[in-house]
Design a binder for this molecule. Structure first.
Ligand SMILES: [Zn+2]
Length: 161
């Protein structure tokens, strides 16, 4: 049985952000019947978005038929909006899913991350998982104003798509 009510797990950060019980910088960017889109709270840089199911599930194999059917078009739409919002610096958009913090399966969330020329150059040409590792090692939380500004741009891009 599928439930679409966010926040069903009070101990889950992803549920809390979706339900609004934990402050979310930039706010909800898009919501479909089964998924929600937010700016990433981690150190993966301004413009990295999260696409996650409203339901607290910890594996892609747990997705229901309707959840799965929404996913492809949603990832395409969000990735297109990220490319538009980032502009010329966007060499690629990475879409990945780890959800394994502390080796424990967590609320799944697809990371939609722009690979920017400036980030790659700053980290000695690192790209792909190497770039993600470098950004996590750097540990810099994105600046509030920059996240809010980006969220405005990506909202306009989502609205146009
Ligand atoms: Zn959750």
């Amino acid at each position: 049985m599928e439930s679409e009510s966010p926040g069903e797990r009070p101990d889950c950060l992803a549920c809390g952000l979706a339900a609004g019980t934990v402050p979310l910088l930039g706010g909800t960017l898009l919501r479909s019947p089964h998924w929600t889109v937010e700016h990433c709270v981690g150190p993966l840089g301004v413009g990295t978005l999260i696409v996650k199911p409203l339901r607290h599930i910890t594996g892609v194999h747990e997705l229901g038929v309707e959840e799965g059917a929404e996913l492809g078009p949603l990832l395409t739409r969000v990735t297109t909006a990220v490319r538009t919002a980032v502009g010329d610096e966007c060499e690629q958009v990475y879409v990945c899913l780890w959800s394994h913090a502390g080796r424990v399966p967590g609320h799944i969330h697809f990371v939609v991350q722009p690979a920017r020329t400036s980030d790659i150059d700053r980290h000695g040409g690192a790209y792909g998982p190497g770039l993600q590792g470098a950004l996590f090692a750097e540990g810099a939380e994105p600046e509030t104003a920059a996240v809010e500004e980006f969220c405005g741009r990506v909202r306009r891009a989502l609205g146009a798509g």
